[in-house]
Write a protein that binds this ligand. Structure first.
Ligand SMILES: [Zn+2]
Length: 217
């Protein structure tokens, strides 16, 4: 099964060349394209090597500063005061059970026993084919929007997490899609955002639920 990828920098091309020697991939620095005619059973190993090369190239290049934010406060206030969700319905009110009820505004867990809002959310400003809609939780009471240069500590518990980059047109850039361990999320975001063609990253849980957006600061 062929595996294709795209290098994002000269350093990245060198890393692809390294992968090339071990995996018999064909690397073309001129076009920054690679093609790996590998067997299906070897695919996971090659993907791991390519993923590792992404991390190495990020560490070797200019550092990317992240900006991690919860959903906009105006949207949070509108939704928790009865505004329609992405499906045109008011949010449901439920009692938080267990320890995994993340509010997408403050990016902290809603305390067990507290009220939570359950609603459909579309984390895009413009409705277009790639504007996915899915369920999220929010605090019912007011909370402070998360806005920091680092991911919330509990994101290390997202195991695995799904991440992907989007272009300025809000379309998915498929070559950026990765499934990573929670403790690899920050490095993966930095690697994806080291490519100026990527406007932002979305982090999702293994269930596909939107967690937050990460921008280049
Ligand atoms: Zn909150």
């Amino acid at each position: 099964m062929p595996l294709h990828g795209r290098a994002r920098s000269e350093a990245h091309v060198r890393e692809f060349s390294y992968v090339s020697r071990d995996s018999r991939c064909i690397a073309s620095p001129a076009s920054a394209e690679i093609a790996c005619p590998i067997a299906a059973g070897q695919r996971q190993v090659a993907v791991l090597l390519l993923s590792t090369s992404l991390l190495i190239s990020a560490q070797g290049g200019d550092a990317v500063q992240l900006r991690v934010q919860g959903i906009p406060t105006e949207e949070f206030d509108r939704l928790r005061t009865g505004g329609a969700d992405a499906h045109g319905q008011p949010a449901l009110i439920r009692t938080a059970e267990g320890v995994a009820n993340p509010c997408r505004h403050c990016l902290q867990h809603i305390k067990e026993g507290d009220d939570k809002l359950v609603l459909a959310y579309q984390p895009f400003a413009v409705r277009q084919p790639y504007a996915e809609t899915g369920p999220i939780f929010l605090h019912r009471e007011a909370c402070a929007r998360y806005d920091a240069s680092t991911l919330p500590e509990w994101f290390t518990m997202l195991d695995p997490a799904a991440i992907r980059g989007y272009g300025a047109d809000n379309w998915i850039r498929y070559e950026t899609g990765q499934v990573v361990r929670g403790n690899e999320l920050a490095s993966a975001c930095e690697s994806i955002l080291s490519d100026d063609d990527i406007a932002y990253v979305h982090i999702r849980s293994k269930y596909g639920c939107f967690q937050c957006r990460v921008d280049r600061d």
